[in-house]
Design a protein around this ligand. Structure first.
Ligand SMILES: Nc1ncnc2c1ncn2[C@@H]1O[C@H](COP(=O)(O)OP(=O)(O)OP(=O)(O)O)[C@@H](O)[C@H]1O
Ligand SMILES: CC(C)(CO)[C@@H](O)C(=O)[O-]
Ligand code: BAL
Length: 282
């Protein structure tokens, strides 16, 4: 496995590995890897000849400086995990490599539609401009045929698909299912910040989503949402940002039940750590 830190080194590595007709998959990450990330690498290996994983804690998508500062960066652990998983090339650039004029902001704006401003976009203003900015840059350097993202960041996948469509980028986007801990907590790099107590309390997120899924066919939608919200509100040290049952394409809250394309999404602060989760209902 080659570990590269500059665009030039990455492109050199890729040129060495590529044979006529080789396909390239990109798995973009912010590091602090766990089995959720490895499931993306495994899927990438099935789908393409060469697998590139990027590790870059992208400053332009953070809206809370403290969140950026304390984002975990266990680089050696990450490299070992990627080696074991059979990744071919790691790209871990510096901030200056990706944004030469940093901290001066670069020009970037893409119209991502109304959904940009809902849910995560409401609580982390400008977040998806930062996400699309870096994903676009990574696509330009790696030139992947496919890129893989986790359903855990449901809205992120929608935003990236919108960018790919609007800019007519030749990259196929694959969404991979959420990998969970045994008790249901969605794996996330930020879980390392949870105390043992927080971890227990955080289970209410996946449980409330499962409650919605299990009762979707029998309960009225408002009652369902209210009961699931109550489960969260009643849990100690959990501060709810949103819980919604929405259309999976527009992210608009459902006014009445639909037979397809329904997703429940949640975000909450558990202790000091903000977590998100979602579950496809049908
Ligand atoms: N539990 C998971 N199952 C499947 N994919 C996941 C999971 N967690 C993260 N991913 C995906 O891995 C990619 C990289 O995500 P990222 O590095 O931000 O990790 P993360 O665990 O989501 O961290 P955090 O949410 O704390 O920032 C994203 O496409 C994300 O959706
Ligand atoms: C896609 C991504 C790597 C862009 O920084 C990040 O948002 C993430 O890890 O989900
Ligand atoms: N996994 C999404 C990246 C973020 O929270 O900034």
């Amino acid at each position: 496995m080659e570990v590269t830190q500059t665009r030039a080194a990455l492109q050199e590595s890729l040129a060495k590995l590529k044979k006529a007709g080789s396909t390239v998959a990109l798995v973009p990450t912010m590091g602090a890897l766990h089995d959720g990330h490895i499931s993306l690498i495994n899927e990438a290996k099935k789908e393409a000849d060469i697998v590139v994983c990027s590790i870059f804690v992208n400053p332009t998508q953070f809206t809370d400086p403290k969140d950026l500062e304390k984002y975990p960066r266990p680089l050696e652990h990450d490299i070992n995990m990627l080696k074991k998983a059979g990744c071919d090339v790691v790209f871990m650039p510096s901030v200056k490599e990706m944004y030469p004029d940093f901290p001066k902001p670069e020009d970037w704006y893409i119209d991502l539609g109304e959904a940009e401003f809902l849910l995560e976009g409401e609580f982390r203003k400008g977040h998806y401009q930062g996400v699309t900015q870096i994903v676009y840059k990574l696509f330009k350097v790696v030139e992947p045929d496919i890129a893989l993202f986790g359903q855990k960041d449901f809205q992120q996948v929608l935003m990236i698909k919108t960018m790919v469509q609007k800019l007519d980028l030749p990259v196929k986007i694959i969404t991979c299912p959420i990998i969970r801990e045994k008790e249901g907590l969605a794996m996330s790099s930020r879980n390392v910040h949870l105390s043992e107590k927080d971890r227990k309390n955080a289970l209410v997120l996946s449980r409330s989503l499962q409650y919605i899924k299990d009762n979707y066919n029998t309960l009225d939608i408002n009652a369902l949402l209210e009961q699931a919200k109550q489960m969260i509100i009643a849990t100690e040290h959990v501060e709810l940002d949103y819980l919604t049952i929405a259309n999976g394409e527009t992210l608009h809250p459902l006014k009445q039940k639909a037979l397809k394309n329904v997703v429940a999404l949640v975000a909450a602060k558990v202790g000091e750590t903000r977590l998100i989760d979602n579950m496809i209902i049908n």
